[in-house]
Design a protein around this ligand. Structure first.
Ligand SMILES: Cc1ncc(COP(=O)(O)O)c(C=O)c1O
Length: 419
């Protein structure tokens, strides 16, 4: 047969619900509305100036051709030095591969690991691209429902049934998107022991390392040299648009990673690699930014709790609050947070991400707030949200509130939304 339409694999890929939010934001901004954007997953501050200077210098030197597939040698060494300084772990730079974002690193990881039908455990809620990439490469994502009692992280107990049915890999994200929680050292060690003990691999997504508030995150490489570690320049280094990450693999995988990288990407972006050489000198100024995020975090969690959102676990990393909005849904009569988010944006000009983007487990009653922005924006977002909720009946101890009618068509938030 010739033709037959697009692949079944691609048809299974889920679009981001947050794109609906972003499209609505663009439409409202085009109408002149001022929107407070708490839906975005990237730092709201520019790439550090030394990185920009290094990029200019690289262009002047005409460093515009492909690099070696595995990456520029100085950058691989700089990443190895970073592991020694940050975690006291020695890594041979030969095991470090520079990739087009961590997204590119994930394609390599799943590409070297997965045969058709191979199963990969991921936490639900979790980062939405994982299951899509796993499926695209013929694997089977195995969502493991995680809740506040395990800090929304995988644990040996939760993983055991999946391991017993056979797993090729388990993916740990600490700090997590969307929950901002870290895995405990004990759970990390036990998960690695369990998975590796059954012949599988742990893939550790460490993209939010550096953005932690109460204790530093530990790399999976402190626990096992067989772990596949993925990190990059997007979040702590504030370089999302430069599309640069890295993957650290066991020596036995190097030959495969290299040939996959050659075939999929040839190399990571040259300009970005030379620019990133300066990123590691910016640690001090980047840490100040993390302190500013910390102030946002404490303020936002306190205010959301005051408004009736349930946040059982304080986020201690990344820049997200994952809030249970079940009481808010009861009060406002919205069937789920997708509908609530659309209403909040339309009437009060605050954009947040519905939980449906992050999985199935209690997704409809959760939403994710990002605080990777200025304190002024966070405060304004909270003020608008407060006004928005004032348009609905206040919760009473004996009312279920479901299907509650709005008190008045002109709600407090509207005034803000036109600014
Ligand atoms: C958990 C997680 N992993 C990976 C990525 C992808 O990042 P990159 O820009 O490095 O491709 C993101 C982006 O939001 C993320 O939240």
């Amino acid at each position: 047969m010739i033709g037959g339409g697009w692949s079944r694999r691609v048809a299974e890929i889920q679009p981001f619900h947050v794109m609906e939010v972003i499209n609505a934001v663009k439409r409202l901004e085009a109408q002149g509305r001022h929107i407070i954007r708490l839906e975005v997953g990237e730092p709201d501050f520019p790439t550090p100036p030394p990185v920009l200077a290094a990029a200019h210098q690289s262009l002047e030197r005409d460093q515009t051709r492909y690099t070696a597939a595995m990456g520029v040698a100085e950058l691989r060494q700089a990443v190895a030095d970073w592991y020694r300084r940050q975690y006291n772990v020695r890594i041979d730079p030969a095991r470090i591969v520079i990739t087009p974002g961590t997204s590119g690193a994930f394609l390599l990881a799943f590409g070297i690991l997965l045969d058709p039908g191979d199963r990969v455990a991921i936490s639900d809620p979790g980062y939405p691209c994982y299951p899509n990439m796993i499926r695209l490469l013929g694997g089977e994502p195995v969502p493991v429902a995680v809740g506040p009692e395990h800090d929304y992280q995988l644990s040996p107990k939760l993983l055991k049934p999946a391991v017993e049915k056979g797993l090729k890999a388990a993916l740990v994200t600490s700090p997590s998107n969307p929950t901002g929680t870290l895995i405990s050292d004990a759970a990390m060690a036990e998960v690695i022991t369990l998975v590796e003990g059954h012949g599988g691999y742990v893939i550790s997504d460490e993209i939010y390392h550096g953005i932690t508030y109460e204790r530093p995150a530990r790399t999976a490489l402190e626990f096992s040299q067989e772990a596949i570690v993925i990190n990059g320049f997007s979040k702590f280094f504030a370089m999302t648009g430069w599309r640069l990450g890295w993957i650290i693999v066991p020596p036995s995988a190097l030959r495969h990673v290299e040939s996959l990288q050659q075939n999929l990407f040839i190399s990571a972006p040259t300009l970005s690699q030379y620019a990133a050489l300066a990123a590691f000198q910016c640690e001090e100024s980047l840490k100040q930014q993390v302190q500013a995020f910390d102030r946002n975090r404490i303020f936002l969690v306190e205010q959301l709790r005051r408004l009736g959102f349930i946040i059982p676990v304080m986020p201690t990393g990344a820049f997200y609050v994952y809030a249970d909005a079940s009481q808010i849904l009861q009060r406002t009569g919205h069937p789920d947070t997708r509908s609530f988010c659309a209403d909040l944006l339309e009437h009060s000009g605050v954009a947040v991400t519905p939980g449906l983007d992050f999985g199935q487990h209690k997704a409809r009653q959760h939403l994710r707030f990002s605080f990777a922005t200025t304190m002024e924006n966070v405060q304004e977002g909270v003020a608008r949200l407060t006004a928005h909720l004032q348009g609905f009946p206040a919760p009473t101890s004996n009312s279920t509130g479901r299907g509650a009618k709005k008190l008045s068509p002109a709600r407090g938030g509207e005034k803000d939304s036109t600014r």
